[in-house]
Each structure stands twice: as C-alpha cells, then as structure tokens.
Ligand binder design. Structure first.
Ligand code: AMP
Ligand code: MN
Ligand code: MN
Ligand code: MN
Length: 282
C-alpha cells in the first residue's frame, strides 16, 4: 500500500488542480490519496463528483480530507481530518468559520505589511488566491512577485513566519472542538506534522498527550522528507498513548522538490497505519 494522506491543491495553497493532483498521484504509484486542503473540502467535492459521474477514471482510492488550523496553549497546531462526510453540517459550520477567520486575518496582515512600506498587499494576495482559501503563501507569492523578497521561504523568514510582523494573532477553535467535529462527520482526526511546530521534546510530549486526551485518533508519524531519526524518536514518544499512525508528503507543488506525492519515507513496521484500523472497522 502506497499511501499519501496529506496533500494540497489550488483550492487552498497548493498549485495543482485537484484532478491534476490525482493524476500525478496515480503516476507516482499512490494507491490511497487524501486531499487535505486548508479549511476547505471544495477540491474533494469536485473530485468526488467527477469520479461519481464517470467523467474521471482513476485507480487511486480518494480519501476525503481537510487540514484544520486549531489552537493549543496559544499556538497554532494543524489537525488533518480523513474519511470525512463533507456534507456534515457541523463540519461545514466549522470550516465556514475558519474561512471567515482567514478573510479577516488577511486584512490585518495587509495592514501590517503596508505599514512596513509595501503596497497593494491585500489586492495582490487576493489575486494570487483567486477562488482559493486565502493563506499566507498567497502573500508570500505577492511579495516575491513585487521583489520585496527573492523567494517564498524568505518571505516567511522575514515577514510571515512565526513572530514576524505578518504573523498576526487569530482566534482558532480549540483542539477538542476540532477533533470532536471531525469525528462527528464520520472521520478520524490526525495530529499533523508534530515535529514541525518548533516544540521542545517536553512540549511535544505534552501536545501528543493533549491530543490523545481529547480522543485524537492518529499521529502523522512521517511528514514530507522527514529524517528517520526524527520519525523513530516521535514513534518512541507516542508509545505511551493509544494512537494509530498516518503519513503524508504535505505536497503543495511540483516545484517543491524535496518530496513529491507518495514519496515520503516509509513508516516504520512497528507503527500501526490508520488505514488498517479503518479497514478493520469497515
Ligand atoms: P496559513 O495556513 O495561511 O497560516 O499558512 C500556512 C502555510 O504556509 C503552510 O501550510 C505552508 O504551506 C506554508 N508555510 C509555512 N511556513 C513556511 C515557510 N517557512 N516557507 C514556505 N512556506 C511555508
Ligand atoms: Mn499549506
Ligand atoms: Mn500544516
Ligand atoms: Mn499541509
């Protein structure tokens, strides 16, 4: 089984259309693909409709997913929901709220950056977002386009990343609410890329403990081109908790050369994959 359970399309901050993403996954030999755009399932719904009508044919099993921003002890943490019913009213309400927060946040980011002397920031970021859920990478692309920065990484390092001017505080829902909503929509809740929050080992342990306490289902054990010592260390940290494991490339773009769809390192044998549990339950 080649699974990739964390990917993005241009419905959020990825660059491929959902159907292009699916075709690329198939080309890469992926059997199980979750599309997990930030705070929207519009790409998933479009794919499901084209598969159901027969307009789109694929050997890949599509997992309907989403990546939801939440807050734990004042810090942003991402939860991936998988096998979701996108029509579930509680989930729709939550995602509508998330997108509202993003719209308001975008306005505040623009004010901050314009105070630094940049111009046309809101219009520019909106233009890069188009129909997509507006996110910080859309600001980064505008900053690069206007030559305020040389690349998106630098835009995050200077302006948009943690504790920078454009990292404005937001009220995201609590972890417990997000996990409960995902589960009420028939899905499983996965703690996304736990080692990417810059936490100390003690705080990371605390986060996994909190996630397990609110009945979270799985930990994303492998994310992108993660080093094997990081993976093994994380697996060890999870030993004390009753959680399963997930894996994903967190693919956004073919230009992201460090990890293509389904090309993230394999999970260790000792880790129980979330899809095995899912199949056993079905
Ligand atoms: P947002 O969801 O609007 O808060 O934006 C977060 C997104 O920005 C993440 O999902 C990544 O795709 C991207 N991102 C975060 N940090 C960086 C970085 N240092 N360089 C490039 N992209 C980043
Ligand atoms: Mn992203
Ligand atoms: Mn994320
Ligand atoms: Mn992601």
């Amino acid at each position: 089984m080649l699974a990739d359970l964390h990917t993005h399309s241009l419905a959020s901050d990825g660059v491929l259309a959902p159907a292009e993403l699916l075709a690329r996954a198939e080309n890469n030999g992926v059997n199980l693909l979750a599309l997990t755009d930030h705070d929207t399932m519009s790409g998933v719904q479009a794919l499901q409709a084209s598969i159901a009508s027969g307009e789109l044919q694929t050997t890949v099993e599509l997992v309907p997913g989403v990546e939801i921003t939440t807050m734990v002890n004042g810090a942003c943490v991402h939860v991936v929901g998988l096998w979701l019913d996108s029509a579930h009213s509680g989930l729709q309400r939550l995602l509508n709220g998330q997108r509202q927060v993003r719209v308001e946040r975008a306005e505040r980011i623009a004010v901050k950056l314009e105070r630094e002397g940049m111009q046309g920031v809101l219009e520019g970021a909106r233009r890069h977002a188009g129909e997509a859920v507006i996110s910080r990478p859309h600001f980064a692309r505008y900053l690069v386009e206007q030559q305020y920065c040389t690349n998106e990484q630098q835009a995050f390092r200077r302006w948009l990343g943690k504790s920078k001017v454009g990292d404005v505080a937001c009220i995201w829902p609590e972890l417990e609410e997000v996990v409960a909503t995902v589960q009420s929509a028939g899905g499983v809740a996965v703690l996304a890329h736990p080692t990417k929050y810059g936490l100390t080992r003690t705080k990371l342990d605390g986060l996994i403990g909190s996630f397990s306490e609110v009945q979270g289902d799985a930990i994303e054990l492998v994310s992108g081109a993660q080093q094997s010592n990081v993976t093994n260390d994380l697996l060890k940290l999870c030993e004390r908790y009753p959680v399963a494991f997930s894996t994903g490339s967190d693919f956004h773009s073919p230009a992201q050369t460090w990890c293509d769809l389904g090309q993230q390192p394999a999970m260790p044998e000792a880790a129980e994959p979330i899809w095995m549990l899912r199949q056993a339950a079905a």
